[in-house]
Design a protein around this ligand. Structure first.
Ligand code: ZN
Length: 319
């Protein structure tokens, strides 16, 4: 979806994670250092990391000493040096026009509309209040309470510190590596999916992935598909979200926008990723669901606009 040029995105819940020293970068081929991108969902210590596509487990390390990373402020200015480009880019993101021309600003703007939506919708649908989750945008790699975030982990939600981690380069990978189209809703879907995990965390549903981490009908797959459904739910209501001045964040959703979201949902299906990396499909190791299932649940949320329609845990069929 396209942002309204004059929408104010300056107060979004986003911080910069800085550039890590690990040299993660965006080197070609870096993503398959471990067991391939169709591998196990990434688990670190005892905490589930709900990354966006099936991770390869290659980038995670234990890092109990990184509490200093967490700051309650919108900008973790103390964490990064003055040369950090992501921080500078984020600080310069002010309007919807910025979001329409810059991926970093698009993340910031999408966080604003997603949080605006859930703040209103969650209490209505569940009686529970929404509490915010900061999105950490980084380049290369950065430390989270759930381990190292890098281009190997892809975007994920860390329940330990309730933050969403997004590699600033992931959106270009989403098209170049995974094959999604380059439309804005493809990218916005990624952000909305991760905030879907935050909603699951607030509702106490996130642990079910950990109890049953693999397989076509596993708790993990059901958790991921529900996050896709929540992303669709946001898309259903997204154009009604407004900034502090009452200006709508987004322009009307189009058929092309929906095609972009579905192209992204398809691109990160377990079957598609497995076929790409190994040439065969093994349902026993699925963590996120098939391309068709991910599309189906995004559409379920988008078409119904009903939280209850996203009950993947009690669905008899996931496709
Ligand atoms: Zn996920």
């Amino acid at each position: 979806m396209t942002f309204n040029d004059n929408a104010d995105i300056g107060t979004s819940d986003v911080s910069s994670g800085g550039s890590g020293g690990g040299g993660g970068g965006f080197a070609p081929g870096g993503m398959v250092a471990g067991g391939g991108i169709g591998g196990l969902v990434l688990t670190v210590i005892i905490i589930l990391i709900s990354n966006f596509a099936g991770g390869n487990g290659g980038g995670a390390t234990s890092n109990a000493g990184n509490a200093g990373q967490v700051a309650g402020n919108q900008y973790d200015n103390g964490q990064v040096g003055g040369s950090d480009s992501v921080q500078q880019q984020l600080a310069a993101c002010r309007t919807g026009a910025d979001a329409n021309r810059s991926d970093v600003c698009l993340i910031k703007a999408t966080v604003a509309t997603v949080e605006n939506f859930w703040t209103t919708y969650l209490p209505k649908a569940t009686g529970k209040q929404y509490t915010g989750a900061v999105a950490v945008v980084y380049s290369g790699s950065t430390q989270s309470s759930c381990g190292t975030a890098s281009n190997q982990t892809g975007p994920f939600y860390c329940p330990l510190n309730k933050k969403v981690y997004i590699d600033a380069g992931f959106f270009s990978e989403l098209s170049s590596k995974y094959g999604a189209d380059t439309g804005q809703l493809a990218k916005e879907y990624v952000v909305a999916h991760e905030y879907g995990h935050h909603i699951q965390d607030l509702l106490g549903a996130l642990g079910r992935a950990q109890q049953d981490p693999q397989g076509a009908t596993s708790g993990s797959v059901r958790t991921e598909l529900q996050a896709d459904c929540y992303a669709g739910l946001w898309a259903h209501y997204a154009t009604t979200t407004t900034d502090a001045n009452g200006t709508a964040y987004l322009k009307a959703i189009t058929a092309s926008d929906i095609r972009s979201a579905l192209s992204a949902a398809s691109a990160v299906g377990d079957d598609r990723i497995q076929k790409q990396s190994s040439g065969r499909v093994n349902q026993d190791t699925w963590t996120h669901g098939s391309s068709a299932e991910r599309q189906h649940w995004f559409q379920t949320g988008y078409q119904t606009g009903q939280l209850n329609a996203c009950d993947t845990f009690n669905a008899t069929s996931l496709g």
